[in-house]
Design a protein around this ligand. Structure first.
Ligand code: HEM
Length: 328
């Protein structure tokens, strides 16, 4: 199968070169218009509007999976199937459990769901190839990629697409939640963003720096080295703490302040090095569409004073668990 995180060295590099064009702004901006914005606005935000209140995490949990399914190009006219696929994706994500008794059952369910998803994606891949792969959906594009004479077969495309679900869903869910929590807790900043939408992307970048969802990365030292006087022997496992790096006072002035006006500067929120998130432009586009739709359609959105305020929690995949809001 094709799982980028499990690959290394030259094999990983040439696979990244092969896949990268599919995730570049050119393609993603087209998806924004044809798919991402429509799914978020029409299928999620508009139906929520009449309620004038709710928990935004209910929306956050589902839209990233639904967007990926739209990019994959599953038939849009069969919502009950999409619901089934979303349930499978969530079952895969629930696979790792701490409690050993729950773990066995969850692992079994996750493996069944992974197989079921493989089977339906593989059918779509074969259909697209037979149809000449001329669409602008993710699978057609993956069929069309070529790098140094290499292209992808159906099995590789299927396993890669399936591997996107865990990479693309909870990360986006929690990042969106964190961004909204920070904005709702800083109503003056929220108001500025509402009135000047060019600030949306700055707010996203700053949320990703200030409260990165992926708090650390593990790396293995490829050679003996020393960092600030600490010797690290070849082969040692090193935990790189992203939450600390992103608040490094030497790199970011007033690092502990959520400040959307800071000079653009890369943080480690999407990782670093050769494995840096390939989907970061997709993620930022989704979150951009979600925030814009909320600002357009939920006037005066604010924290619900009668419910507990959001808290950004968690050691590994950080974010708020609930976001109780009201709007007019
Ligand atoms: C806000 C949401 C997201 C965050 C915070 C995020 C974060 C990350 C991080 C930290 C890594 C690991 C980088 C490293 O090891 O150095 C990663 C890898 C990856 N991400 Fe994302 N991600 C997000 C959304 C997405 C989306 C939407 C997609 C796909 C459409 C995606 C696809 C991937 C893939 C395929 C990898 C593996 C890359 C490789 O190993 O070469 N991610 N992401």
């Amino acid at each position: 199968g094709l799982i980028l995180t499990a690959m290394d060295g030259d094999a990983h590099k040439s696979m990244r070169n092969l896949l990268q064009p599919v995730f570049m702004p050119d393609t993603v901006n087209r998806w924004k218009e044809t798919r991402i914005d429509r799914v978020i606005r029409e299928e999620y935000i508009k139906p929520m509007v009449p309620a004038k209140g709710g928990d935004l995490m209910d929306f956050a949990l589902y839209f990233p999976i639904r967007v990926i399914y739209s990019l994959i190009g599953f038939p849009e006219d069969r919502p009950e199937q999409i619901e089934q696929y979303a349930a499978w994706a969530l079952a895969i994500l629930a696979g790792p459990q701490v409690d050993p008794e729950k773990a066995a059952a969850a692992r079994g369910a996750a493996m069944d769901a992974a197989q079921a998803l493989y089977d339906v994606v593989k059918v779509v891949v074969a259909e697209r190839r037979a149809a000449g792969a001329s669409g602008d959906d993710l699978i057609s594009r993956l069929i069309g990629v070529e790098y140094q004479g290499r292209s992808l077969d159906d099995h590789e495309i299927t396993t890669f697409v399936r591997s996107l679900l865990p990479a693309a869903s909870e990360t986006t869910t929690r990042t969106f939640g964190t961004l909204m929590a920070l904005l709702l807790q800083n109503p003056d900043v929220l108001e500025r963003v509402r009135n000047d939408r060019s600030l949306v992307n700055k707010a996203i970048d700053e949320a990703v720096r200030f409260e990165p969802v992926a708090t650390f990365k593990v790396r293995q030292a490829a050679k003996d080295l020393e960092i600030r006087g600490v010797p690290i022997p070849k082969g040692a496992m090193v935990q790189c703490i992203v939450t600390s790096a992103n608040r490094d006072e030497d790199a970011f002035e007033n690092a502990d302040k959520f400040d959307i006006d800071r000079k653009p500067k890369p943080s480690f929120g999407f990782g670093f090095g050769p494995h840096m998130c390939i989907g970061q432009f997709v993620a930022k586009t989704e979150i951009n569409c979600a925030l814009n739709a909320i600002l357009d359609l939920m006037p005066n959105i604010r924290l619900d004073p009668d419910k507990p305020g959001p808290q950004i929690v968690g050691a590994q995949l950080r974010g708020p668990h609930y976001l109780h809001v009201l709007w007019d």
